[in-house]
Write a new protein. Structure first.
Length: 301
């Protein structure tokens, strides 16, 4: 048989009293009398069968039992307040936090985000970026992450179906060492992005050019940096087709080779698999997946 939980108002009095270590100050915050707070604490101690506070001449001190109990009581009350606000109160206006890969946000999401804001002006957004975050952090409601789609403990939806395509500045095509075939990569700088499983070594092996040294070049921690240097004519980056489409259309980058390779890695929308989520999370998810579907329907197969 489950032990009966103490009344919530007793736990609240305990949590506030533990913060102040003073019944009078706790009473002021709770809008109660000092005697009422003291009585609730006595009731809680009686139900638990242990003393939670040492009553001192000038305040209170938590007992060993009180120190052990307060962290979970504090966390539970804070979580209950947050969920209550988000479901029923002003918390519904809390920004929807979507942590995104910098390259995906810059090249894919940002140009489309105005459509979401026009459809749902009531949704406040917070859009921090990440670089190779392993877990969905507590501050984020959703996350856009690159990988194989093999994460446990979360829900995820695939957003891109890419090809790996070498890209460079158009200026490199007219240099003394032009680029007509991947064999000429030995004369140029390879721009690597750490964290991708499918990098230059993977592309060269899969396309039959494994004899080329894939270790030379410059390393970055995000693809956007590699693409910027490629635009500047300082090397060849390995682009993802969904991210470089507009750069190629604008003439900032060119794809010098015919070879392209389907990726196993992709961008995914990640969200918690817990029952509770931000009230506006489904609005963003539905909109984003609709945008993805539209891109796929117009993408050449």
């Amino acid at each position: 048989m489950k032990k009966k939980l103490p009344p919530l108002n007793w736990l609240r009095s305990f949590e506030v009293s533990a913060r102040y270590l003073n019944f009078t100050q706790a009473a002021h915050e709770l809008n109660m009398t000092q005697a009422a707070v003291s009585q609730q604490i006595k009731g809680l101690e009686a139900q638990l069968g242990t003393v939670l506070f040492k009553r001192l001449p000038r305040g209170l001190e938590l007992t060993k039992s009180g120190r052990a109990y307060i962290p979970i009581v504090h966390e539970s009350i804070e979580r209950l307040a947050e969920v209550t606000d988000e479901l029923f109160g002003q918390g519904q206006t809390r920004p929807l936090t979507i942590r995104s890969s910098l390259i995906f946000f810059t090249t894919w999401l940002a140009p489309r985000l105005g459509r979401f804001r026009k459809l749902h002006p009531e949704v406040r957004l917070r859009l921090p970026t990440n670089i190779w975050v392993e877990n969905l952090d507590k501050e984020s409601d959703m996350e856009i992450r690159y990988g194989m789609g093999d994460w446990s403990g979360v829900n995820f939806h695939r957003l891109t179906w890419d090809h790996l395509i070498p890209v460079c500045s158009p200026a490199l095509l007219n240099t003394p060492t032009p680029l007509n075939t991947p064999n000429q990569l030995t004369e140029h700088t390879l721009l690597h992005v750490d964290g991708y499983n499918e990098g230059w070594g993977y592309w060269l092996n899969k396309t039959g050019f494994q004899h080329i040294d894939s270790s030379q070049g410059i390393h970055f921690d995000t693809l956007i940096s590699a693409l910027e240097l490629a635009k500047a004519g300082e090397g060849i980056a390995l682009g993802r087709s969904s991210l470089i489409k507009e750069m190629i259309a604008a003439g900032q980058l060119v794809a010098p080779f015919e070879q392209k390779l389907p990726t196993s890695e992709s961008f995914y929308l990640i969200s918690s698999n817990q029952d509770f989520e931000h009230p506006h999370a489904e609005l963003f998810r539905a909109w984003l997946l609709d945008e993805v579907e539209q891109v796929q329907s117009h993408w050449p197969h």
